[in-house]
Design a binder for this molecule. Structure first.
Ligand code: NAD
Ligand code: MLT
Length: 314
């Protein structure tokens, strides 16, 4: 019997090559992106596998309508767009690709730190508008500045490594970071409060969970150094956007670089009106290499599940 696979977000064609060339299983691959929630709810009934990136919101409503669904593959890290409780209740396996885009996300974060420090997007726009304005865009060096990293997992550690290459000091907070591990990795560590009090740049790299939602809030901004710069290439919602907006307007925060926001697409978000904010439309993992890698990883998990009944990244 055919195994019906629905791909509902744009995925790398090279990345799904393992599925395309599978011979033992009878795979029927359907690519339909941009479905509305109602369309997906109707369509999902016929499918055994749903393969998504971050745009498709796999809600309880959709999962409950998915009579044949056995596996949801997330071509990326964050599974906050999937209702895990609803999937578990229905015995549906959820797999992600935890390390396929680590490097790309860390490189993007590093690019955002540098662009923020040197006003690169604004200077470029000013030139395009016909101005030669060298005074307005005086930046700051990274050397001898302190980078605070909140969430010291795969991406946080890679960002720290690159920051040290730029001769920054690094202080990190992660509930799983021990003194021994911090010493081995060459970073200082402390509580969120310890980190934000001393950092010149603060970058967040936690998943979006109940515990991390708005963990960077009004009270935490109040503890920060004046002129601090904030970077979020993890998930919208970790930083309370209202508190960030106010902290920028009040002059506490000198700049923010955002790849993600609470509501996406975030065209029209008032943070974008502030000259201190630079932003990209959730591009952290948008490289040819990362997109191929995450799609290959979940493709292998799908094959492994239907061929031998196990997956690597449940
Ligand atoms: P990871 O699981 O390797 O690391 C996350 C770390 O956060 C872990 O070490 C965990 O202990 C820590 N953490 C959990 N709860 C915490 C808390 N309350 N306070 C501080 N730390 C906490 O994940 P990763 O691969 O490093 O990814 C991190 C985030 O980046 C995820 O949200 C992911 O979705 C996001 N991401 C975004 C992009 C993008 O395109 N912008 C790309 C890749 C990943
Ligand atoms: C992720 O969690 O992996 C990122 O959001 C990347 C993405 O899927 O776009």
């Amino acid at each position: 019997m055919a195994i019906n696979i629905l791909i509902s977000d744009p995925l790398s064609e090279d990345g799904i090559y393992p599925l395309r060339q599978e011979k033992k299983l009878d795979l029927n691959i359907v690519i339909e992106t941009g479905l509305t929630p109602d369309e997906l709810k109707t369509k999902i009934k016929d499918f055994d596998v749903l393969l998504v990136r971050s745009q498709t919101k796999v809600t309880r409503d959709i999962i409950e309508a998915a009579d044949n669904l056995k596996l949801i593959g997330r071509a990326g890290v964050g599974v906050d767009n999937i209702d895990l409780d609803a999937a578990t209740e229905k015995g549906i396996i959820v797999v992600n690709a935890p390390d396929g885009n680590t490097n790309s996300a860390a490189e993007h974060t590093t690019a955002m730190i540098m662009a923020l420090a040197r006003h690169i997007p604004h200077a470029h726009m000013s030139l395009q508008e016909g101005r030669w304005d060298r005074k307005k865009f005086v930046g700051v060096e990274l050397k001898n500045k302190t980078l605070g990293v909140i969430g010291f997992g795969r991406i946080g550690q890679e960002v720290a490594h690159r920051a040290k290459g730029n001769r920054m000091d690094v202080i990190a907070y992660d509930p799983f970071l021990t003194a021994e591990k911090a010493e081995k990795l060459g970073v200082d560590f402390g509580s969120v409060e310890d980190v934000v009090k001393v950092a010149d740049f603060i970058t967040v790299h936690t998943p979006l969970l109940k515990e991390t939602k708005h963990m960077i809030n009004k009270e935490i901004f109040a503890l920060m150094k004046d002129g601090v710069r904030i970077i979020n290439c993890a998930r919208g919602g970790i930083i309370d956007e209202e508190a960030l907006y106010n902290a920028i307007v009040e002059g506490k925060v000198a700049g923010a670089a955002l790849d993600v926001m609470e509501e996406e697409p975030f065209v029209g978000n008032r943070l974008l009106e502030l000259p201190q904010v630079i932003a990209t439309p959730h591009l952290g993992a948008s490289t040819i290499e990362a997109q191929e890698s995450v799609a290959v990883d979940v493709s292998h998990d799908i094959l492994s599940y239907f061929n031998i009944g196990t997956v690597r990244n449940p």
